[in-house]
Design a protein around this ligand. Sequence first.
Ligand code: CA
Length: 248
Amino acid sequence: MQVRACALSDVGRTRRFNEDYFGLDNERRIFLVADGMGGHGNGEVASRLVVKSIQEFYDELESQSVFRRSRGSAERSQHLEEAVNLANSRVLEEVEKDGSLVGMGTTLVAMLVDTDRATVAHVGDSRAYRLRDNRLKLLTSDHTWVNEQVNAGNISESQAKTHPFKSVITRALGGDRDVQVELHDLELAPGDVYLLCSDGLTGMISDDSIRRHLAADEPLEEICNRLVAEANAEGGRDNITVLVMAVD
Ligand code: CA
């Protein structure tokens, strides 16, 4: 199956730095969105480092001609998990080398597409969505304190949306040495549209708006522009990153 992808990252309307970063590799079909944190622009160091590290991991696999041969869901997931773990170690090493970077970390949502299947990996509150038959499905679960409380039945979803701790994430790259990566294996279908995004989008606009934009019969560039523009129109309180991928 053919896929097309497009991405856009925007600083938003209130932040000084854009600490989000994306990786878009149409040829190898590796799609990444990372949302860095750490203040003073250090989050940008973490998000870039993670994206570059994952890309380098696949460069290395390709140079060993392992990448092209590794065509099974289990192997694809295993490689992606390895890539994410390695990226986590790279962030921790960087902090060890440079004390001024203490506290930096990043979320990650990654999608690796094979012929007709894909693996999604994520850590933190960046999300992956799929639009199919005009219905929007959230493919990831936020690794946040409020989401854990919702899942445990302690608070409702509507309480979670306005909770003062809603931005507290429970997993990030650059936190613990052993990071738990959540992995999903998916089957692609022609007409599917996927969105990877940072919480600067989902904190500002509703799932229904996202569905409407993804369903629009517009070029992917225009869909990216409209998503970012609406998040900014709603306040743009955080950096906004969107990566839209369509299956033909
Ligand atoms: Ca963010």
